[in-house]
Design a protein around this ligand. Structure first.
Ligand SMILES: [Zn+2]
Length: 165
């Protein structure tokens, strides 16, 4: 068994094709909380390591949800996290630049990364920087529509698309 904070040996796990299951309380991820203050929620899932195209890769499947604060009305916004990501674990930014487009490069310095770090990287890419209830959503208490658009590192479309398969 691997603890969620234990740095894992990426080369060894990818050669073994190891799978690691996880259950994670989002409020326990300090680096995530420093970007998304007050985030709560739980996710669970599994990471399967392997090698593809010369890279150590991690296939991450997760299910769960996150609660963030709506920046329009300050009420809770629930974000469903249900999907999978294909991640290439790289030792340097130069190596990351060579990763094929179907993988997300994530830095594993000296070939080590913990499950918590991997989940944090993925959630930082996935969660909206400015969480907002959808325009006109019943849960939103704000009277005035926000002028600011939702900013994300990357559109949510991809996760949603993967769920449909
Ligand atoms: Zn709102």
């Amino acid at each position: 068994m691997h603890g969620p904070r234990e740095p894992l040996d990426v080369d060894r796990l990818s050669q073994e094709g190891a799978a690691v299951s996880f259950e994670c309380d989002l409020s326990g991820l300090a680096p995530l909380r420093s970007v998304h203050a007050g985030i709560t929620g739980r996710i669970q899932g599994r990471v399967r390591f392997g090698r593809e195209q010369g890279f150590a890769v991690a296939e991450l499947r997760m299910q769960g949800s996150a609660l963030q604060q709506c920046q329009r009305c300050l009420g809770p916004v629930r974000m469903t996290l249900d999907g999978e990501a294909r991640i290439a674990l790289v030792g340097s930014e130069e190596e990351g630049a060579r990763v094929p487009a179907e993988f997300e490069p994530v830095l594993a310095p000296a070939g080590r990364i913990s499950i918590d770090q991997l989940l944090t990287e993925e959630l930082l890419l996935t969660l909206p920087i400015v969480p907002l209830h959808a325009q006109g959503e019943a849960g939103c208490k704000a009277q005035q529509p926000a002028t600011r658009e939702v900013e994300t590192h990357r559109p949510f479309a991809r996760l949603a698309e993967l769920v449909k398969r």
